[in-house]
Design a protein around this ligand. Sequence first.
Ligand SMILES: [Zn+2]
Length: 252
Amino acid sequence: MYLRKNNYHKARLKGCRAHAATGWIHANPLPLTKFTNDQFKIASHIWLGIPLVNRQFDCKFCGTKMDIFGAHAATCKSGANIVKRRNSIRNYIYSQMKIANYTCMVEKKYLNGNGQKPADIYVESLVDCRPTAVDVSITSCVQKNIVQNVNDRIYQAADEMTRIKENKYKNFIEQADCEFIPFICETFKGIASKARDLIRKIAHDQKTRPKRSFSSIMARIQKYICVKIWKAVIEAVIERLFWVKDMVLDAG
Ligand SMILES: [Zn+2]
């Protein structure tokens, strides 16, 4: 088992301590934010570190060992979930930018003329009033390499992914002559500092709308991100547990 329990729970508890990570628990039972009973039970088990199944099994999508806590489901690169959840967060951030009256577009191509994957969201004027490419990724605070090397830093996974993205796109950004913001979230809702800065800016630029305060907009955006990520992770867990129903522990 790759998840040494003490390390796993240390990484999990750091995820729980991330700013506004409890957004899914406090979400109102509205159409976009409510959880079904089964969704809430699975999320509660993951949040509290309670095993979902009585032993490991092979992930139906990639063949890797699925751990008893469901952590693999959040990082499995096979199946459609990992793309769907990224697109869901990308589309949500894009919608919030439009509310803030940004001139932006999704998946703008050929910024540097060679077809390299460009901007998940391209904003014509953002950082220092310059064109800015926003790259959205979801990582996991309980993924294998984080658990094995867990330290005391909250946002460890998000910060490491931020560095990876900045290195990966360094040359591309120079060629494209635009700014770059890696928008990285963790599956327990931890959000890397540059992504938090972007949310603050969007909330600030939205607050000119009547009867909206900066803090209420911030809270709403963070809660929606939190709920969307949790629902995607739960869906990924359910997709994998479906094949091993006899091993599923009572989540009641
Ligand atoms: Zn898998």
